[in-house]
Design a protein around this ligand. Structure first.
Ligand code: ZN
Length: 160
């Protein structure tokens, strides 16, 4: 998918390099195409949620190391400016304990604001994490919601 779809799309739009790529979590449907994108676009940084060791993560990690990208696990709560955007990190929470296998709730959740627009990127977090975020004052309205876990029944409460 990275090599056949995403990379040609980015080339077609005139992108020749990327500053950062973000991996929500280490499931294959999120990480599978990333190694080829890293090889093609040589990002300086790879931002991640939790990434328990497994073949999918090792492929991404090894490619990042090969191109000299810095791997940066990112944790909530934090806020920082990047390239004209304001980034709020909403998950994983400080008390989240990952398991040995990759899980949906390992996901990095970012709220990205650019100008007057904001985007909530939820990875595959499940209802419990959505609820935690909804009950903190940190979660503010967003213009665009990338629904969690592909809109499946494990996520996306109506109230969220
Ligand atoms: Zn997924």
């Amino acid at each position: 998918m990275g090599e056949d779809v995403v990379a040609p799309y980015l080339w077609d739009r005139g992108f020749r390099s990327l500053d950062v790529v973000v991996l929500s979590h280490a499931h294959e449907d999120h990480s599978g195409g990333l190694a080829s994108l890293i090889a093609a676009f040589h990002p300086r940084e790879v931002w991640t949620g939790f990434t328990p060791n497994g073949p999918e993560w090792r492929a991404v990690r090894d490619k990042a190391v090969a191109v000299g990208a810095r791997i940066m696990p990112i944790r909530a709560p934090s806020q920082f400016a990047f390239g004209g955007t304001a980034i709020e990190v909403l998950a994983p929470a400080p008390d989240y304990v990952p398991l040995d296998e990759p899980k949906n709730n390992d996901s990095l959740v970012l709220r990205v604001t650019f100008g007057q627009r904001s985007f909530l990127l939820t990875g595959d977090v499940e209802r419990g994490i959505e609820q935690e975020m909804a009950f903190t004052n940190e979660l503010r309205p967003s213009d665009v919601l990338k629904v969690a876990h592909h809109g499946s029944r494990t996520a996306v409460r109506k109230s969220f």
